[in-house]
Design a protein around this ligand. Structure first.
Ligand code: GTA
Length: 323
């Protein structure tokens, strides 16, 4: 378990004190109780998470899709004694010699469920969270130019949320570090997936200021100063804010990403984060070394990644006879 909890950020303190972020009126919370459950998209016993497709019905009777992710959070070391003392019920399940198991029912304040909402959700969001068969693709540079790039240009997820962060229109008081240089600068913020309550599943994301780099495929030696800034300053900021040394961070890019605005993932080394497997994660330090060796490295080599069977990009590769 982590040594110390991360410092509480300013916005959380304000919210606990009843103030809306930025001093405005707090937006109404998502109407969870009114959500009509349409189906379970995916359920994971290992991650203790369930991905739901629901529908919110407006007063006029119109339904709008939403994705709701419910996820049990890791234990917080400093709250474990409270859990032992303040549990509301302890039901014995079985006893055998020196062994026994129980169902322990914690009080409300110790039984938080992290809830992530995408609303309104598009068909692509529903597909993304649906459990499906996956296939490995080996994408050459020619495949990228002829299949993937035209697909990205016509299809990818909206990146408005990224621009909102870069322009301080959203999550401004969550920023951990910023290098404001328009060419070699970036913003480091806690990722969507991290509730910042414990360091075990630490997850931050670095978003670059420049808007002309979509993914790993666009990187050349020109971007080395930017990437070195992210690696160096990102590590320094994480030590300063969370006391986690660089040697305990996994710092990587996804290929393919979901959002085509270059960003770098920072996760705790001990955390098996979604998307940290070999077919998707490219360590930033290795990416820099590859670019130092050959500026055109990522415009030459084939890259492997997994695609879900009913994804449009997978169908394009199939149609081109590349699967
Ligand atoms: N701070 O508004 C945002 C925001 N959004 C919209 C996305 N991110 C955000 N961060 C902030 N504010 O790490 C984060 C995402 C992700 C990164 C984008 O930006 O949390 P990517 O472009 O490489 O795309 O990274 P990726 O990794 O596919 O995105 P995502 O959503 O993390 O999906 C990864 C897979 O993990 C999904 O297919 C999903 O099925 C799975 N997954 C498992 N558990 C979870 C979970 N609890 N929440 C979300 N996805 C999960």
């Amino acid at each position: 378990m982590a040594e110390s909890p991360p410092p509480k950020r300013k916005r959380e303190e304000e919210e606990e004190a009843g103030a809306a972020p930025h001093g405005g009126t707090a937006p109404a919370p998502f109407p969870l109780a009114e959500l009509r459950l349409r189906r379970v998209l995916r359920e994971s016993a290992r991650d203790k998470a369930v991905f739901l497709h629901g529908e919110v019905t407006s007063p006029s009777g119109e339904g709008t899709d939403a994705v709701v992710i419910l996820e049990k959070t890791p234990f917080q070391e400093e709250k474990v004694s409270d859990l032992l003392k303040k549990h509301t019920k302890l039901d014995l399940q079985m006893r055998n010699d020196i062994y026994s198991t129980y169902h322990l029912y914690p009080p409300a304040e110790l039984s938080e469920i992290k809830t992530t909402v995408v609303y309104p959700a598009t068909e692509k969001h529903l597909q993304k969270y649906l459990r499906q068969e996956v296939h490995l693709i080996r994408e050459t540079w020619e495949d990228y130019k002829n299949i993937t790039l035209p697909f990205i240009q016509s299809q990818s997820f909206s990146i408005q949320w990224v621009y909102n962060i870069l322009e301080k229109k959203a999550e401004a008081d969550r920023i951990i570090h910023e290098n404001p240089d328009p060419c070699n600068g970036f913003v480091l913020v806690p990722d969507f997936k991290w509730n910042q309550n414990q360091l075990d599943d630490l997850y931050l994301i670095a978003l670059i200021h420049r808007r002309d780099v979509k993914s790993l495929r666009d990187l050349t030696a020109e971007h080395i100063p930017l990437l070195r800034n992210i690696l160096q300053e990102g590590k320094e900021a994480v030590v300063k804010h969370f006391s986690v040394p660089g040697s305990q961070l996994r710092i990587y890019l996804h290929y393919q990403p979901s959002y085509y605005h270059l960003h770098v993932h920072f996760t705790a080394l001990g955390y098996d984060a979604p998307g940290s497997s070999v077919e998707r994660a490219h360590l930033l330090a290795d990416v820099i070394d590859n670019l130092v060796m050959d500026s055109m490295y990522y415009q030459k080599r084939a890259l492997t990644f997994a695609l879900r069977a009913d994804e449009l990009l997978f169908k394009k590769f199939q149609k081109a006879g590349r699967v």
